[in-house]
Design a protein around this ligand. Structure first.
Ligand SMILES: *Cc1c(COP(=O)(O)O)cnc(C)c1O
Length: 358
């Protein structure tokens, strides 16, 4: 792979005490072009703007997909990727649904590791912060006809970030919308298509105006069953059972955090169910006092405990006194323990990044 290094690093310009989310970018990015029916060789180049046609097909019709993963720096100074092969496999699943050509997964993983090895100094040191890695593919045809593009760009950019909802685990409020729909049966809810987000923003804004952080999406047909939350999958503890919506409907993103949490929970001996959950079941459990906890899971937010659930025409449900509960805390500690190298990597989930050759 051809690597063009930035002459002077931007590292010293970054305020590691106030990173926010997506404010700063690392020195380099990976670019791979698809044309004449094939992916060309990848390149690593300085992070920079690039020209785009006003008729670019992505701008008009949204043929675009993305991934989100993180690299974590442990107390031992070592930077670790978390299950990156899962993200690359999922990028290919998204590509298929959006009629985008797929990548070679092994080669892409090697290229990703090379980019992160080069820019690993941008991985912040404190617990909860990380280097957020954004692979994405989008159509490049300069052509207004509605059709599958013949040309694409695959890119990976990296941004050092703070914890999404603040450094300490804290609760958020979510609003179950019976008005708006995120995903329909047969649609694109199971893939990371840019368009899924574009259409969710207005609905999320309405929830925010009501004082909630995010929308809890219910199924698109009857608004009866729980799907997921904003950028996260959702889990409930009812009685002594951890329950999360099944992936079988094809309307929910198969989160890697979700998968990891379920694996850890089962190994901890918790009762776990993946099934349809009627929103009414959550409401009833909340009123009866058997809804112990609720939390979202996703790469950006990791574990987001939910302290309050609202919906149209009902009083809010307060979960666990709007406090972080023991299930969320335990899962958070276990997951971050593995990600930051504090606990043994008993599942082989992490990929250690080698120190750069100085
Ligand atoms: C990315 C995403 C998630 C979380 O997936 P992770 O692999 O855990 O980061 C959940 N829901 C939606 C809609 C997403 O886009």
């Amino acid at each position: 792979m051809n690597v063009t290094k930035r002459p002077a690093s931007k590292l010293s310009e970054i305020d590691f005490s106030n990173l926010g989310f997506g404010k700063f970018y690392s020195d380099h990015m990976l670019v791979k072009v698809y044309e004449h029916g094939a992916w060309k060789e990848s390149e690593i180049v300085p992070y920079e703007y690039f020209p785009i046609s006003p008729a670019n097909i992505t701008l008009h019709y949204g043929q675009s997909i993305f991934e989100g993963m993180k690299a974590f720096r442990g107390d031992d100074g070592i930077v670790r990727l978390f299950r990156p092969e899962k993200n690359i496999a999922r990028l290919n699943i998204s590509a298929e649904r959006m009629a985008i050509p797929q990548l070679d997964e092994k080669e892409t993983l090697n290229e990703l590791v090379e980019l992160i090895t080069l820019d690993q100094d941008f991985t912040p040191p404190h617990l909860g912060s990380s280097l957020y890695i954004r692979p994405f593919i989008f159509a490049m045809d300069p052509n207004l006809g509605v059709k599958i593009s013949d040309t694409y760009r695959f890119m990976i950019i990296c941004t050092p970030v703070d914890a999404y909802y603040g450094r300490n685990l804290q609760t958020v409020g979510i609003f179950a919308s019976k008005t708006f729909t995120r995903a329909a049966l047969g649609g694109t809810g199971h893939v990371k298509a840019a368009a899924n987000y574009a259409q969710s923003l207005y609905a999320a804004k309405q929830a925010q105006l009501k004082g909630f952080k995010q929308i809890m999406w219910l199924d698109g047909r009857d608004h009866k069953y729980v799907d997921e939350v904003g950028t996260m999958n959702i889990m409930f503890v009812i009685g002594d059972t951890l329950i999360t919506p099944t992936l079988e409907q094809g309307t929910i993103l198969a989160g890697i955090t979700r998968d990891s949490v379920l694996r850890i929970a089962r190994d901890l001996g918790w009762k776990v169910e993946e099934r349809l959950i009627a929103f009414q079941e959550v409401v009833d459990a909340g009123r009866k006092g058997t809804l112990q906890e609720c939390f979202g899971t996703g790469t950006a937010a990791t574990i987001a405990p939910v302290g309050r659930i609202g919906s149209e025409g009902m009083d809010d449900i307060i979960v666990n006194g709007n406090e972080v509960g023991p299930y969320a805390k335990k899962i958070y500690d276990e997951l971050l323990g593995i990600q930051y190298g504090k606990l043994p990597d008993r599942y082989g989930w992490t990929v250690e990044i080698k120190k750069p050759k100085k």
